[in-house]
Design a protein around this ligand. Sequence first.
Ligand SMILES: [Zn+2]
Length: 475
Amino acid sequence: MKRISLLFLILLAVAALGGGGWLLFHDRTDPIVVLEPLTAFVSPGLPMQVRASDADSGIRHMAVSVTTGNQTYTILDKRYDGAPTTVEERFTLEPYKIPDGDVVIDIAVSDGSYARFGRGNVQVVASKHVMDTIKPTVSVQSTQHHVRQGGPGLVVYTVSEPAAKTGVQVGERFFPGYAQGGGKYACFFAFPHDMDPKAFAPVLFADDAAGNRAVAAFTVTAIPRTFRRDTINVTDNLINKIDSEFASLVPGQMGALERYVRVNREVRLANDTLLLEVGLRTSPLPLWSGAFRRMPGAPMARFADHRTYIYNGQEVDQQTHMGQDIASTANADVPAGNHGTVVFAGYLGIYGNMVMLDHGLGLQSMYAHLSEMHVQEGDEVAKGQVIGKTGFTGMALGDHLHFAIYVSGVPVSPIEWWDSSWIKNNIKDRLALPEKVDPAREEAEDAAANAAAEQAASPAKKPAKPQKPAAKNKQ
Ligand SMILES: [Zn+2]
């Protein structure tokens, strides 16, 4: 009789607890525990985090400790009210003054269930690391960093141990440095065209594998520049061309002008974001030599022209033009600016059919609005080799080449790269470039080719299209 009533009471209790109660007794899964970063080396300042989760019954308790030799330090011992499904704890090992050598980090997390006689399921994670408290030493070898606004700079330096991450930070933008062998690194960085010269303060740093960061003293002379302002008269011809070409990229019912403005803003932004990723697909060693070759033709819109777009007398948009436009005859041959590897050859939104060449260390050159592309991704090209033909694919109305230089995905002024003496003073004297031909001969040939290309710029040259005076707005 008693046994029956006891059984009845237990059944009643279980029924009262319902489904959730059932889980609390029957959760047999351990919580999931993840320590990040899970690196072989750790430093005192390395930010670490533990994420623990248990979908069934939540997290009740977490304990984190670190053991070195015969010393154990408690980093965390925390109980959670209400058994949250996910908890996240951040810490560094800074407060414990742990000496260099082996350390073990132990983490024990229990869930909110009543399994295992009410203690819950416990997940225990132990990881071995090596504590490294010594910062690398960074010494800058290059001097005289004169950087024009919108232009590139190069810093050459040594790091006393292999760097896990190194380069130059300029505001929000990071420019990676690349190992050149023998502890030497080289980093191209940009003085962004839209940055206040007073705010231009590049910071050179190197992190070792443990996360110890060394920041090196490094001075630059910022040379301010003013850029042109330009007005683009948005014609019906232009918006209708964009409307049909971009109907799939910016889909939906809208007027041709609205699609034009959205392409100019949204597609441009998406394209430029992709170029930041393309900028990281680069050779760690330089692939180019000497000055870049300029395509023969008339200079049109310039780098960092600030453009106001006018349609029917109304301002409809503002953007900045991040390259140099060159107009020649229609479907003119486009020469590779320098030796390199094709990292992109395809259709990319506002740039239309576009070829991007990688020259190493994040330095890349762009050839946009092409009618034909004669290369594909992975091809190696030589300076002057024809890689395609000019056209007006993408956001362009008239036939021209949009030529641009990028440094780790950030556009910089192309002018410097066409200038043999700038290359000599700012790069060749600091960084060994591959010598494809005799350097003196190369310099003479580059100078002659680029002077001839400028000559081709004279208005006497046969225009690409009859409406040449409107070419200013070719985009
Ligand atoms: Zn352009």
